[in-house]
Design a protein around this ligand. Structure first.
Ligand code: 7TS
Length: 491
């Protein structure tokens, strides 16, 4: 056992791991000097808790993960609910039929919310109603059900517009999810603006969905990828980010919230900084929109993406928001029915956004289900959700930090309820199984963020990701189960 000075890991992590990030020096010949907005690149339109906050966290760390438990200098005071809060977690839990069952003879504790969320009755009913009462294709039939389905589909689009505070429903494109949305932007906007030697700027904490599409684009165009590093607490190093922006990347693609660390990145500031250098910014909102209010206009995001299944809606539906002028100027991605104005063998003209980017029959029922999920979240109140989740996140972080042998990864004071950790002497896979036996669903592994794992020098983590229906009691069961496993291990 080693007793660590909380400052020590900072030096160690920086010394050991920052050198391995591989930020390659490059050149950017086509992009010197400030550019106007990213639109100018396109053709013309039409074409962890602080010591002492809640009991002293145990700072006796074992040698195995000595570098991981680094306390943030600002501590971790998550404000929690406002005094007049009406948040009623027990009432919310009753809306989710899945919690009526037992798993391995125990009440289900769903802490796998970063992978996907459970569905409230309102969403399930919206899907059933669609199929039972007005199943039809949209935008084409000359009959009443087609009109009803079209209405429901476009109403869902309007709900998403309102949810993101976009200025127009034309800026909301329905796709399969975040992954597809990022691929669309890479293959349309990216292919149009990037040339050999141009740069794409990512961060160390990106999900593979916000890495691989850009690598494919890099390989197709001769562009290069730069990576903004993170601090030991799992926050973007803004100084380094700023320096990389001086190289004038054409595209900056950043996650709003890390799916491993839970860090809420200061995307408004990061976008402002990127725009200063003429870059276009895509924000991956997959882990953000269910947990905090998002206003794409206030953020001034050029593109913003999210997936329905992570916001208590159906799987197979997701959203790309794009600024109207950008969407109008971008070429379409997939071609086919629904996205055309007129087709002749010689030449085809396209519809305006959003339809230009929605080739073929879309996922109509799930878009309607997504609309129901948005209604559900709005009824609870997104600020209420944010406050409640902060409160239980602060509680979980505090209780986990008290366990000798637990190492938290991602201890920014600005974080959602995505909690990653390691346990001395128990592999993430073993811990996942131990928790599952108690009915607790977590996710273990690299979480589709292998470069981030490499940064920390680990193979994977155990991740408990909290959502609207999780309770302090459930966190107590998690903590008790980990403590019991450690007691058994230590004999
Ligand atoms: N971006 C982030 C930040 C994510 O967390 C995920 C999924 C995606 C993109 C991709 O979303 P999809 O809906 O297109 O698959 N994240 C996870 C996770 O953390 N565990 O399972 C899926």
């Amino acid at each position: 056992m080693t007793t660590l000075n909380p400052d020590l890991p900072a030096q160690l992590v920086q010394g050991i791991y920052h050198g391995t990030l591989g930020i390659t020096p490059g050149h950017n010949p086509g992009n010197n000097g400030p550019t106007a907005a990213c639109l100018s690149c396109l053709p013309e339109a039409g074409s962890l808790p602080k010591a002492g906050t809640a009991g002293e966290p145990d700072l006796h760390l074992s040698d195995s993960y000595y570098f991981l438990k680094s306390l943030h200098p600002e501590g971790m005071t998550l404000p929690g609910r406002s005094p007049g809060s009406t948040y009623n977690v027990e009432a919310i839990r009753k809306d989710f039929p899945i919690f009526q069952q037992k798993v391995n003879g125990r009440p289900l504790i769903w802490f796998d919310n970063a992978a996907t969320t459970q569905k409230p009755q309102a969403v399930i009913e919206a899907l059933v109603k669609f199929y039972r009462e007005f199943n039809s294709n949209v935008h084409r039939g000359a009959h009443s059900l087609a009109a009803k389905a079209t209405d429901a589909y476009e109403t869902a689009r309007e709900k998403v517009r309102h949810f993101l505070d976009a200025s127009s429903a034309a800026e909301i494109i329905f796709l399969r999810g975040t992954t597809e949305a990022i691929n669309l932007v890479a293959q349309t906007y990216g292919r149009t603006v990037l040339g050999k030697g141009d740069e794409i700027l990512l961060t160390t904490m990106e999900h593979h969905s916000n890495i691989v599409p850009w690598q494919m684009l890099r390989d197709a165009t001769g562009a290069t990828i730069q990576v903004a590093p993170i601090t030991e607490w799992g926050e973007i190093n803004l100084d380094e980010y700023g320096k990389l922006l001086e190289r004038r990347p054409r595209i900056v693609a950043i996650t709003h919230v890390s799916n491993v660390l839970g860090t809420i990145n200061p995307v408004r500031k990061m976008i402002e900084m990127a725009h200063h250098y003429g870059a276009c910014v895509l924000v991956d909102g997959a882990q953000a929109v269910a947990h905090l209010p998002v206003d794409v206009r206030e953020l001034d995001a050029d593109f913003y993406t999210f997936s329905g299944h992570k916001i208590y809606g159906p799987t197979g539906i997701g959203v790309l928001y794009g600024k109207k002028a950008l969407l109008e100027a971008m070429p379409p991605w997939q071609g086919g029915g629904s996205m055309i104005e007129r087709v002749a063998f010689e030449e085809t003209s396209y519809k305006k956004p959003p339809h230009k980017f929605e080739a073929g029959t879309g996922n109509i029922p799930d878009a309607v289900g997504l609309g129901a999920a948005i209604d559900y979240l709005q009824r609870i109140g997104r600020s209420e959700i944010e406050g409640y989740e902060k409160e239980i996140t602060g509680y979980a972080m505090t209780e986990l930090a008290k366990i000798r042998g637990v190492h938290l990864i991602g201890t920014s004071p600005s974080k959602t309820g995505v909690i990653s950790f390691l346990v001395d002497g128990i592999s993430p896979e073993e811990m996942g199984e131990i928790l599952d036996r108690e009915g607790i669903a977590t996710r273990v592994g690299h979480h589709c963020a292998q470069p981030l794992m490499r940064h920390y020098g680990i193979r994977g983590t155990i991740r408990a990701a909290l959502g609207i229906y999780n309770t302090r009691d459930e966190i107590d069961v998690l903590v008790k189960t980990i403590r019991a496993a450690l007691v058994r291990l230590r004999g």
